[in-house]
Design a protein around this ligand. Structure first.
Ligand SMILES: [Zn+2]
Ligand SMILES: [Zn+2]
Length: 118
């Protein structure tokens, strides 16, 4: 670690940011300012909570017709990526057991509760 902080890294980060803001602007011009999941509308300052999601999760895939973009609010965007993570773990033998067990337990508890109520 004798190298000084790289200027190239800073330039790349800046270029990345500029590119992101340009496709965000395009997407905002193209689509109504509504979250594609929960249907909330955004305007003014709150527009910053509306983010551009890449349908194929490839941030470098930015076709001019906007077909890879979807406007999602911060929360739905988080959920969208969380689902991808879940799917990833379910397909992963090492992590699957634990995750499945916890989920199963929670569901069993819920079933118990429901039975007690009825
Ligand atoms: Zn939303
Ligand atoms: Zn996304």
């Amino acid at each position: 670690m004798s190298n000084p902080p790289s200027k190239v890294d800073a330039l790349l980060a800046e270029a990345q940011q500029r590119r992101e803001s340009s496709y965000r602007e395009k997407a905002l011009k193209m689509y109504p300012w509504i979250c594609g999941r929960c249907g909330r509308e955004f305007s003014g300052k709150r527009l910053s909570e509306l983010t551009v999601h890449h349908r194929d999760h490839n941030h470098d895939n930015n076709p001019e017709d906007g077909s890879n973009w979807e406007l999602l609010c911060l929360y739905c965007h988080d959920n969208e990526h969380q689902r991808q993570v879940d799917a990833h773990y379910q397909g992963n033998d090492a992590g699957a057991g634990q995750g499945a067990k916890v989920k199963h337990k929670a569901l069993a508890g819920l079933a118990e509760l429901l039975q007690k109520k009825s």
